[in-house]
Design a protein around this ligand. Structure first.
Ligand code: ATP
Ligand code: MG
Length: 260
């Protein structure tokens, strides 16, 4: 079981007059093998919530449980793809992807597993390059490959496809859906793209503008046996995109009226 429960999470950065309430009393669950996206205006606390779930940040109040057990820090059950790709600059593409496998229990063939994941994100031939020799989108793909390579039950992804061109983004979205279905991953995914959220998710949690509170949860019932084209043309896709767009736009408008 790898379900994630986010229970009454509040997070305040700093203290006194300069404190910032990033999240206020947020609760929801990501069920076993479910794909949940977090959508909301910039600054509403999406990354903060993801990093609390990863165990990198201790929340001011509330707790996160994995399969009913409160987390107390990072763990190999949860793989994180950061908003800023966080690659090791002194390691090659292959070295970065293999690094994730240092945690693997089966170390028999880490190199071929790493190479296979590099290929999956379309970077075959770049194994020996260093991050400084790659574009932003390529770095992002290396970061995704690194996390998928060590096969954690839970994926926490912070805008992993944000800086990719539309075509690469679509390929990686479909690879992620395939991997998720095959390996029963539980996924919490942050994005700014409404279409991406609707295309990928079983449910979308929309956060209100700063401080982030849970505004709305949208259930998405897409038949995953359809092609991308069929999904995008479906009534369900259109209906849920419109719902999500209205909710996010309302929050962006509210954010623009709130002096920060
Ligand atoms: N280390 C920090 N110290 C103080 N305030 C912070 C820190 N990190 C984030 N914040 C504040 O917390 C709020 C939420 O930030 P967060 O990065 O979680 O938002 P986000 O929804 O991920 O935004 P974006 O969509 O732009 O990535 C913002 O007001 C931000 O200024
Ligand atoms: Mg963020």
């Amino acid at each position: 079981m790898s379900n994630v429960t986010i229970d009454n999470i509040t997070h305040i950065y700093g203290s006194g007059e300069s404190s910032v309430t990033a999240l206020e009393d947020i609760s929801f669950a990501v069920n076993d093998s479910e794909f949940v996206s977090l959508l909301g205006p910039s600054g509403c606390g999406k990354s903060t919530l993801l990093y609390i779930t990863a165990g990198f940040i201790q929340p001011t109040a509330g707790d996160v449980r994995v399969a009913g057990t409160p987390i107390n820090g990072p763990g190999t059950d949860r793989g994180v793809v950061f908003q800023e790709y966080a690659l090791f600059p002194w390691k090659t593409v292959l070295g970065n992807v293999k690094f994730g496998l240092d945690h693997a229990t089966d170390k028999t063939d880490t190199e071929s597993v790493a190479r296979q994941h590099i290929k999956q994100v379309g970077l075959e031939g770049f194994e020996d390059k260093y991050p400084k020799e790659l574009s932003g989108g390529m770095k992002q793909r290396v970061a995704t490959a690194r996390t998928l390579a060590y096969d954690p039950d839970i994926l926490l992804m912070d805008e992993p496809f944000g800086s990719l061109d539309a075509q690469t983004r679509e390929i990686l979205q479909d690879e992620l859906l395939k991997t998720a279905a095959k390996t029963q991953k539980t996924i919490l995914f942050v994005t700014h793209s409404i279409d991406e959220a609707v295309y990928l998710s079983d449910r979308i949690v929309i956060l209100s503008s700063h401080p982030g509170q849970k505004k709305e949860i949208i259930d998405v019932n897409i038949d995953r046996n359809q092609s991308r084209r069929e999904i995008l043309a479906s009534d369900e896709f259109e209906k849920k995109s419109a719902m999500a767009r209205d909710a996010v736009q309302e929050e962006i408008a509210a954010a623009n009226q709130t002096p920060t």
